[in-house]
Design a protein. Structure first.
Ligand code: CO8
Length: 259
């Protein structure tokens, strides 16, 4: 499928999805949220891709939902727009592929929410992150009130959402919002390095780990443990479990076959 506001690059198991509206600092209008949804649905069925990287074209990751597009929406349209973003970001969060956000610049409002839907966030020292919605007279609307407290804790999420304060990459790392901060020129190298490190491992073990973490976070701990043990058990139906354990005992590097 061809996309107007996304640039897609694929390279041996890795797909880079670039939000491409640099004149508006990659702000998300409904066209873009719908494209993100379709893109992730398409990638979900692409067996050649195991890791997806999301980043932004130019100096911004995503500077939020598009304020010019939003300002005159009526309540029904605003709800629909909100849902289009929620659907897109749920498609990312629920993807069986591992998704890494490369925060190359502003990740504000909907941009921060997009980053939080990803599995891992790596930021350049130029990234500026926050949920400034209350300064515009609205609440976060693409999942921020739900993902932010789950990621950094209720107290910090409330502070940052109530004040609308924008933080730098170092502070984001300190509160656990981003995994790592690197100089801008090393951002993609770092992200690709992490992607390749993940790809070295047994594909289904990584996938089931994601499933166990994410599904487990939505239920009580006992049910989460059941989910984990079921997925742990499922690993034993794979070639890679046998190869992984045999290679350890034979003191050699495993050759995984992603099956
Ligand atoms: N929407 C639309 N256009 C934008 C946005 C945006 N979010 N951000 C930047 N732009 C545009 C600017 O209007 C400007 O356009 P133009 O050149 O035509 O004037 C261009 O991008 C460049 O921006 P600036 O000149 O402002 O660049 P600066 O480097 O001076 O400033 C900032 C960069 C600090 C990022 C500044 O642009 C800014 O504050 N942007 C808005 C950030 C923001 O408030 N984001 C949150 C938006 S609300 C949101 O995300 C809600 C999500 C849930 C929606 C649910 C729907 C129901």
């Amino acid at each position: 499928m061809k996309y107007k506001n996304l640039i897609i690059e694929t390279n041996d198991k890795i797909c880079i999805v670039k939000i491409n509206r640099p004149k508006a600092l990659n702000a998300l209008n409904v066209e873009t949220t719908v494209e993100i949804y379709h893109c992730f649905k398409e990638l979900e069925n692409d067996d050649n891709i195991d890791v997806i990287i999301i980043t932004g074209e130019g100096k911004s990751f995503v500077a939020g939902a598009d304020i010019s597009y939003m300002k005159n929406l009526n309540a029904v349209e605003a709800k629909e727009f909100g849902l289009s973003g929620i659907n897109a970001f749920n498609a990312i969060e629920n993807s069986k592929k591992i998704v890494i956000a490369a925060l190359n610049g502003f990740a504000l409002g909907g941009g921060c929410e997009l980053a939080m839907a990803c599995d891992i966030r790596i930021a350049s020292t130029k990234a500026k992150i926050g949920q400034p919605e209350v300064t515009l007279g609205i609440t976060p609307g693409f999942g921020g009130t739900q993902r932010f407290p789950r990621l950094v804790g209720v107290a910090k999420a409330k502070e940052l959402i109530y004040t609308g304060k924008i933080i730098d990459a170092q502070e984001a790392e300190r509160i656990g919002l981003v995994n790592k901060v690197v100089e801008p020129e090393f951002l993609m190298e770092e992200v690709l390095g992490m992607a390749n490190k993940i790809l070295e491992n047994a594909k289904f073990a990584v996938r089931y780990s994601k499933e166990a973490i994410d599904k487990g976070l939505q239920v009580d701990k006992t049910t989460g443990m059941y989910i984990e043990s079921s997925l742990f058990g499922l690993c034993f139906s794979t070639y890679d479990q046998k190869e992984g354990m045999l290679s350890f005992l034979e003191k050699r590097k495993a050759t995984f076959k992603s099956k």
